[in-house]
Design a protein around this ligand. Structure first.
Ligand code: MHO
Length: 222
């Protein structure tokens, strides 16, 4: 087991969070979108919704690739996260179970908001998205967590993490944010604000800006 010094950088954030869980195709993309979104503290990608115990990427059974988001409900409303969900995949596409569209609600309020957003969306066309209660979430393998960040070994090391180390990559707030920024998501203003808020040094800031610009505006990837 790799042990990681989590003391420096803003890996841990001590605010009360709520969970939101979505499936919207390959989970790498939602990881960059939500990780760099306003009010999001942590993300993890994994498999959920099925019956198979301990699924893996290679042996998924009846599970679906999903993202589990810890958000600060004071900073962002669940309804905004629903907008990110609807606006960043095609809910009318007929997909295999692995890549199907689901909203997994955690309480009655989320269920109601999800249902009303579904009705609005249906007024615009076909929607295959299903709204179901959240069930056991199995974290994906280390190499899937913060996948875009992990394409930058220098940066992973610079923020004190270790590639493929599932636990620290899942837990780290700064990893969630940078995973989006290095893939051109999250917005330039949010990036600049986070450079200050997260206390990133000049070398790291320069590196992240460079990749933000490189990938900004690019389409989906997986
Ligand atoms: N195109 C990717 C999909 C990965 S996603 C996590 C691959 O070939 O592995 O399903």
């Amino acid at each position: 087991m790799v042990s990681v010094a989590m003391g420096s950088f803003m890996h841990d954030v001590d605010v009360e969070t709520k969970k939101a869980t979505f499936a919207m195709g390959c989970f790498w993309e939602p990881d960059v979108l939500f990780g760099s979104y306003k009010g999001v503290i942590r993300t993890r990608v994994g498999y959920t919704g099925g019956t198979k115990k301990n699924p893996t990427y290679k042996s998924l059974g009846d599970h679906t690739e999903a993202i589990d988001v810890d958000y600060d409900p004071v900073a962002v409303k669940f309804e905004e996260l629903l907008d990110v969900f609807w606006n960043n995949h095609d809910p009318s596409a007929r997909m295999t179970r692995q890549y199907s569209s689901f909203i997994y609600y955690h309480d009655d309020d989320q269920k109601k908001s999800a249902e009303s957003s579904l009705q609005e969306r249906k007024a615009k066309g076909c929607v295959l998205t299903q709204i179901v209660p959240a069930s056991e979430f199995y974290e994906a393998e280390g190499y899937h967590q913060k996948y875009r960040l992990q394409q930058h070994p220098w940066l992973v090391e610079a923020i004190g993490l270790v590639r493929n180390d599932q636990n620290s990559l899942v837990r780290s707030h700064v990893a969630a944010r940078l995973n989006g920024y290095v893939f051109g998501r999250g917005g330039k203003e949010a990036l600049e604000a986070d450079i200050v808020r997260l206390g990133l040094n000049d070398e790291i800031a320069k590196y992240v800006r460079q990749y933000y610009v490189k990938f900004e505006g690019r389409g989906l990837v997986c």
